[in-house]
Design a protein around this ligand. Structure first.
Ligand SMILES: NC(=O)C1=CN([C@@H]2O[C@H](COP(=O)(O)OP(=O)(O)OC[C@H]3O[C@@H](n4cnc5c(N)ncnc54)[C@H](O)[C@@H]3O)[C@@H](O)[C@H]2O)C=CC1
Ligand SMILES: O=C(O)C1=N[C@H](C(=O)O)C[C@H](O)C1
Length: 250
């Protein structure tokens, strides 16, 4: 059987360099291009890439996806910075290239995907929910894409269940003390030397709390999800948001 031809964008970065090794080690894949900032995207078409793994920066991802989708190259995207406006732009590109698939995964690790699912399930049953994400200090965006997505899923689950707004008597606060407000869910971002990628979802009810915690201790935690994304995106035209759609975690 012919191998899946995979390119990595952001190939010298922290996760991109790990993805290069993972693709090289996969029996059913061939690494056909490994591009860094400033490299010519023409290498993607010249190398005949079927899938581009996009692991760059929020300021680069849209131009890279514009190129990929216009050339019918499927994409597996881990880069953060997704806004409604960016998603609408991407959907417009995909409408013009209906056979192309793009997977955006706020987090490729199985544990993080499950944490989001568990948080969604638990959120309607507790009065209070807050998200704390903790990352290495070289991370350029806050809150993390994972925490933002987690909070959005929590808020949607609570809205659907008709939950009341969260109790919070705060009358005075230093700016930022109560975190960022993501659809009514407070999200707090910690940056600490020694950490990689971690998240806690704190849920509180009458006389009890529940804490969901996930820790990515090494970039290898993201690799099975990236490889799965590459294998599945080629037969999933359009936009898929969240790795859970390629996993049976319902
Ligand atoms: N979805 C997930 O599971 C994960 C997502 N990430 C996200 O992936 C992104 C990258 O994270 P890190 O590797 O830690 O950052 P990094 O800064 O180590 O790597 C980014 C790399 O992309 C390169 N780059 C920038 N523009 C480029 C372009 N136009 N073409 C090719 N290369 C370009 C940079 O020079 C750098 O080498 C971030 O948005 C991060 O949040 C990181 C880990 C897991
Ligand atoms: O920058 C990182 O490191 C990570 N970024 C993603 C995010 O913002 O959620 C995924 C993971 O947390 C690692």
């Amino acid at each position: 059987m012919s191998k899946l031809r995979v390119a990595v964008l952001g190939a010298k970065g922290r996760i991109g360099s790990e993805a290069v090794r993972a693709v090289e080690a996969a029996d059913d894949m061939e690494l056909v291009a490994a591009l860094g900032r400033g490299d010519d995207l023409g290498a993607l078409t010249e190398s005949g890439a079927h899938v581009a793994v996009e692991l760059t920066t929020p300021d680069s991802v849209m131009d890279n996806l514009d190129f990929c989708v216009r050339h019918g190259i499927h994409a597996v995207v881990g880069t953060t910075g997704w806004t409604d406006e960016r998603l609408a732009t991407l959907r417009g590109l995909l409408d013009a290239s209906p056979e192309t698939g793009v997977l955006i995964a706020p987090n490729f690790s199985l544990g993080a995907v499950l944490t989001m699912r568990f948080a969604q399930l638990a959120a309607p049953y507790f009065e209070s929910v807050e998200v704390v994400e903790l990352h290495h200090p070289k991370k350029v965006d806050a809150p993390s894409g994972t925490a933002t997505r987690t909070a959005q899923l929590i808020a949607a689950a609570r809205a659907e269940a008709g939950c009341a707004p969260q109790p919070d008597a705060t009358a005075t606060a230093l700016p930022g003390a109560r975190g960022a407000d993501v659809d009514g869910v407070p999200v707090h971002a910690v940056r600490l030397r020694g950490l990689l990628a971690h998240q806690e979802v704190l849920l509180g009810g009458e006389g009890e709390t529940l804490t969901l915690r996930h820790d990515s201790l090494h970039h290898s935690s993201f690799m099975p999800g990236i490889l799965l994304g590459c294998r599945r995106v080629v037969s999933a035209p359009g936009l898929t948001f969240g790795l859970e759609h390629f996993l049976d975690v319902g």
